[in-house]
Design a protein around this ligand. Sequence first.
Ligand SMILES: Nc1ncnc2c1ncn2[C@@H]1O[C@H](COP(=O)(O)OP(=O)(O)OP(=O)(O)O)[C@@H](O)[C@H]1O
Length: 272
Amino acid sequence: MGVIKIENLVRDYGGGKGIFGISFQVKQGEAFGFLGPNGAGKTTTIRHLMGFLKPKSGKCTIDGLDCWSERDKVQARLGYIPGEISFFDDMSGTDFLRFTAEYRKIGTQSRMEELLERFELDPKSKIKKMSKGMKQKLGIVAAFMHDPDILILDEPTSGLDPLMQSRFVNLVAEEKERGKTVLMSSHMFEEVERTCDRIGIIRKGRMIAVDSAAALRERHTRSYMVTLEDEAAAKAFAADFGGVCNGEKVTVTTKQSLEEIFMSYYGGDSNE
Ligand SMILES: Nc1ncnc2c1ncn2[C@@H]1O[C@H](COP(=O)(O)OP(=O)(O)OP(=O)(O)O)[C@@H](O)[C@H]1O
């Protein structure tokens, strides 16, 4: 059964912008990657899940709770990293985490210290003096420190360097092992491939594919048949390129990477 359920969600901003009948589910203990180019509708979908936007039509629920009419309860249960982290600039990181802990009613037994260490963040400075990466780390600590069962992460690694990205991927993998449900939007194919059980691809406000990375790759295999001069040349060619020999003919099958699949869906077409 889906912990996160989105059914036929519509928000029409006019001019072909918005989301137009988005449906998908994320099961308990599953990590779902939400991929799509700039302006495809990922943040709009996620903002409905958080109860920041009221659906024009359609519905979303989290653990059976309506994301709009029961948004207080929904928000209390989640860990959330917004697409654009805009904190109270005058606060220090420490104040912000204290404020979040009070709002969440969590005590000192929270995972805050462990997460600060893990992401090598000293939260003492004013948020307005923090780099983009530091703010992102602060957002990660705030989203994970109360150990929520459901995580909604809108481009969680934007601004992180590769080492920190990798630590984040490991954190998500561990949380998934612990049975957490994760919805994560991203532009990073590799992190989605490494962490997510299933992937949804959104284009111009519509879901154009939902499947596991393996199944997406399976559907995007390409076979080439090459005819060589003779059987010996064919055997040598097959050995070099991992092909299957049939007389002087060799069939080579290649699986596309997730990035190639993504590009083939978009085909260089702009999303304007
Ligand atoms: N309040 C709004 N009024 C009008 N148009 C909007 C509004 N919010 C979003 N849009 C438009 O809706 C589309 C979807 O935007 P959204 O932020 O959901 O995309 P996204 O997939 O999260 O993109 P990105 O990867 O750039 O963060 C965009 O064309 C955007 O300009």
